[in-house]
Design a protein around this ligand. Sequence first.
Ligand SMILES: *Cc1c(COP(=O)(O)O)cnc(C)c1O
Length: 332
Amino acid sequence: MLAQGPRVAAFEEAFARVTGSRHAIATSSGTTALHLALMAHGVGRGDEVITSPFTFIASVNTILFTGATPVFADIDERTFNIDANAIEAAITPRTKAIMPVHIFGQPCDMDEITALASKHGIVIIEDAAQAVGATYRGRPVGSFGTGTFSLYATKNVMSGEGGMITTDDDRIADQCRLLRNHGMRKRYQYEMLGYNFRLTDVLAAIGLAQLNRMPESTARRRANAAFLSAQIESVATPTVKEGRDHVWHQYTVRVREEMDRDDALRRLDAAGIGSGIFYPAGAHKFRHIKEVVGDVEMPVTDSVAASVISLPVHPLLDQADLERIVAAVNEL
Ligand SMILES: *Cc1c(COP(=O)(O)O)cnc(C)c1O
């Protein structure tokens, strides 16, 4: 079996168990998982969806795919996550959903977001693409509303390409399964306009093996991050708010104001230390989004985007690697 079959079903069952949801629905990517989750909740033209501008573009593009309007709420500069006060200020009668993005693997302020959602009758669609295994006050991300995950090659649990949707709601799960496969419940009977957003059994087999290794690989990421935070002095190390278990998809520092980031990147590169800029600009800066949203001011996102550097934190680092990273960073 190459296409969607028993391995996909086994992977979905294991994923639901690990993430504490009743259902997990495998998809062809994190992007298609977000797209299906939005559609299953009936998000469409005339609706607004509040999300963070400091994210991978798929969070925003999938809102656009449905015809809804993305509305940005600026971030908390300590955690890089969407600011709950900014969400509250962005709510209008047209707000249909809030899409918190658990950026870099740290859960958002879910108590505040859950309270806002229930007060205003708004659904929560979590973009947990970077946060598989993370918990907020002991509860796994992806279980606060409808959750979406990515299995892209760089994510903490990966199959190359792939995604997952998690939900406790039988109706949403059913809608996602239908939309994933041409709106087809019985063979060649189409209940609605649907897509081919299926995962393959080959990729599910890889994903299942990866999921089984997640406790070990997450523990290594945590130990690596703890070492870096204890040793790095030259730049601002990440803040983890209380009550959250961060899974360190990225370990992201901020250069100090007097430091030139491009120069820092060149020096790290010269020292043989891989680094990345996630993200060089907020989503509000791109033309196809400005055409819908207009010119909006996101000052915290702008200043964070101009000063972040992500350092290696992955599970295959050894002690010598970590010491080399610390030495090169503290030289800056
Ligand atoms: C990776 C990612 C996605 C999209 O996932 P794909 O599997 O690449 O389609 C969406 N949101 C965030 C925050 C991501 O990091």
